[in-house]
Design a protein. Structure first.
Length: 277
């Protein structure tokens, strides 16, 4: 009895706004040949599959594209690349979980952020095709391949930090790149951090914050000293002015004291009357 195919290439956790797409196989238009139906099964790494999967994702959500592929069909891969570029969503993040070789490295260039895990790698190389015919047909096929290669390079060069001549040399040599090398060349954006890297980064940020607070405290201490100095200078000036007007102040003080004494006598007198009553 034929078993139902399990689709794993599109996954979303319940209640989450993150949609995970997987290219965990060769990029190809069709799946395996099914002898029960006498037809090919659906390929979960085809442009048609991605078209249907992307149509289900809202514009407000995030797409995580996980890649572990040796490459495959250039026709399908370029179509997937352009579908991802045209997709309206909050963000597309590509994660290289294993290999991003050949056309798979082209597809990852469509992401807003390109993240490579530890131990992963990228392979870039020239296209190849199988062709048969006479000399003229073979020469034409080579010329056609040059045109396809030029179009393919524009995808890399859109974000690469290298010249086209350097890219051509790398592709001629079939170049493998580590995550760090890919970031340096502009073919990736970051290397996935380990827990230790995150911890070290947190400690660095904490130390930086402590230094900032210490500088703020020093500035506050200096400001307080300036305030004390200004206050002392103000008191000194007030004392000088007070000495110049001592006589007038003394007279006013005597008058105030006499008025106070008189008021106190009236207050006591009023208390005495209240007691007598």
């Amino acid at each position: 009895m034929k078993q139902k195919q399990v689709h794993y290439a599109l996954h979303q956790q319940e209640g989450s706004s993150i949609h995970k797409l997987y290219i965990y196989d060769d990029v190809k238009e069709h799946g395996d040949f099914d002898w029960w139906t006498w037809d090919y099964t659906e390929s979960e790494t085809s442009a048609e599959y991605f078209r249907k999967a992307l149509a289900e994702i809202p514009e407000t959500d995030v797409i995580e594209l996980h890649i572990n592929s040796y490459g495959g069909s250039v026709k399908e891969g370029v179509a997937i690349y352009n579908q991802l570029k045209q997709k309206k969503c909050r963000e597309i993040v590509a994660y290289v979980d294993g290999y991003a070789y050949s056309i798979a490295s082209v597809i990852m260039q469509a992401a807003d952020r390109r993240v490579m895990g530890l131990g992963t790698s990228i392979l870039i190389h020239n296209m190849w095709m199988t062709v048969s015919g006479n000399a003229e047909q073979l020469r034409k096929a080579a010329d056609d391949l040059d045109v396809l290669m030029e179009a393919n390079r524009t995808i890399y060069l859109e974000r690469a930090k290298i010249s086209e001549d350097e890219l051509i040399s790398m592709m001629d040599a079939e170049t493998y790149l580590t995550p760090e090398q890919a970031v340096e060349k502009g073919l990736a954006d970051e290397v996935l951090k380990t827990d230790k890297d995150v911890s070290d980064k947190s400690m660095e940020q904490m130390q930086q914050r402590i230094t900032e607070l210490q500088n703020q405290l020093r500035q506050q201490s200096s400001f307080k000293k300036e305030l004390v100095q200004i206050h002392s200078q103000t008191i000194a000036k007030d004392q000088e002015q007070t000495q110049d007007s001592t006589k007038s102040i003394t007279v006013k003080s005597d008058q105030t004291e006499r008025k106070t004494n008189v008021a106190e006598l009236f207050r006591r007198a009023a208390q005495i009357k209240v007691k007598e009553m």
